[in-house]
Design a protein around this ligand. Structure first.
Ligand code: MRU
Length: 371
């Protein structure tokens, strides 16, 4: 996607051919700072502190983290140590485990001297696959937006509501929920996006920044606004991303997603989830078995932003001493999801539809469960 008109990805191998570049997303949208990761600890820290974030990008960063570990020491012990360290960074997005499994399979049975090259190759493929998946999601989701546009009077805009950041900053490129929006905009569809702020970490500000960079009309709204807009007929479709879809089609995503789905259901607004296959966990049947990340109370008690002095700082909003709870994700039951926009098409959020669309993944999970 574009920054100041220049096409760029969210993660890349630097010109030295081995260190890894990312944007420090904790400083966006106020400052656009590139960071260089040179060891597995850098990669683990970047994921844990959310310098990189968003399920697919977490997977890509972990893949390159494993490359950096193997570059220092290509032994089995180093591989296992790095895998455990990276896996422990964040609990909810299944893309992290998926990417580490893919990487481990690509290097484990190779002699040590081949492991580094094999790891960098597979990590690059994971990134390219992510881009291809998101483009496919974009094309399938575009049809939904075109159908809405076809029912409108000429020039009337198609209003999309999105939550969190499932944009190119959360992936390697394009984003999942935003891919159909970017394609629609590029094709001249009058698309407009209501962007949920997404407290406490305000990932909506990242989405607004991205959309602005690409020239997509959008409006930044407080998290509690969506229900009001939907009641007034101001939202045509909700599209959100996901950190993990269960084998039954239940959707785990950023906290607050469930409330948007409830409001959408009550108002007849179609609620879609952009779901790339690495975010589908065929091993999990019960959505309440998904580990929900609980983050520090200070994220709730304070708000971070750009001060008048040009510095990024946190200010306290909660009274000193009030306990705070910070659940980072919630579960939207499949019954509230109109469809999953996958790289293989828009499918029902159900066990049968998921198994039909991804038979190889569903069977592999069944075989693993059978032992
Ligand atoms: O805590 P974050 O910022 O990593 O959470 C991100 C989200 O919840 C996204 O909606 C999800 O990862 C999908 S990204 C394509």
């Amino acid at each position: 996607m574009k920054i100041d008109g220049q096409h760029t990805r969210s993660i890349w191998v630097e010109d030295d051919g081995w260190s890894i570049g990312i944007f420090d997303q904790t400083l966006l949208p106020h400052r656009c700072v590139r960071l260089r990761l040179t060891c597995v600890d850098d990669a683990a820290r970047a994921i844990r502190t959310m310098q990189v974030r968003g399920a697919p990008l977490i997977g890509a960063a972990a893949a390159y983290g494993l490359c950096l570990a193997l570059k220092e020491d290509a032994s089995d012990e180093s591989l296992e140590r790095a895998r455990a360290k990276l896996l422990a960074t964040r609990p909810t997005a299944v893309n992290l485990k998926w990417a580490l499994d893919e990487m481990t399979a690509a290097v484990r049975n190779r002699p040590r001297e081949q492991r580094i090259a094999a790891a960098y190759r597979r990590a690059a493929e994971i990134c390219d696959e992510d881009v291809a998946i998101n483009k496919a999601i974009g094309h399938h989701g575009l049809k939904l937006l075109e159908n809405i546009a076809a029912r409108k009077k000429a020039g009337e805009r198609v209003n999309v509501l999105t939550h969190c950041n499932a944009g190119w900053l959360a992936t390697v490129d394009w984003g999942t929920a935003t891919a159909p929006i970017y394609l629609a905009h590029d094709r001249g569809l009058p698309v407009h996006v209501f962007v949920d702020e997404t407290r406490p970490r305000n990932q909506g500000a990242l989405t607004a920044w991205e959309l602005g960079q690409h020239g997509v009309p959008h409006t930044y709204i407080a998290d509690n606004t969506g229900g009001h807009l939907m009641q007034r007929g101001m939202v045509d479709i909700c599209i959100v991303g996901t950190d993990r879809v269960t084998a039954q089609g239940d959707v785990c995503n950023k906290i607050g997603t469930y409330l948007k789905a409830l409001a959408a259901g009550d108002n007849g607004v179609p609620f879609y989830v952009a779901a790339p296959s690495p975010s589908i966990d065929f091993a999990i049947l019960d959505a309440f078995a998904i580990p929900i990340e609980e983050r520090g109370a200070e994220e709730i008690a304070t708000v971070s932003g750009l001060g008048e002095d040009g510095r990024i700082a946190a200010v306290r909003v909660a009274p000193e001493g009030s306990p705070a709870a910070n659940y980072a994700f919630d579960v939207t039951p499949a019954r509230l999801v109109k469809g999953l926009i996958t790289e293989r098409g828009v499918i029902e959020a159900s066990a049968a539809a998921l198994a039909r669309a991804f038979p190889e993944r569903a069977q592999a999970a069944q075989s693993a469960a059978a032992g």
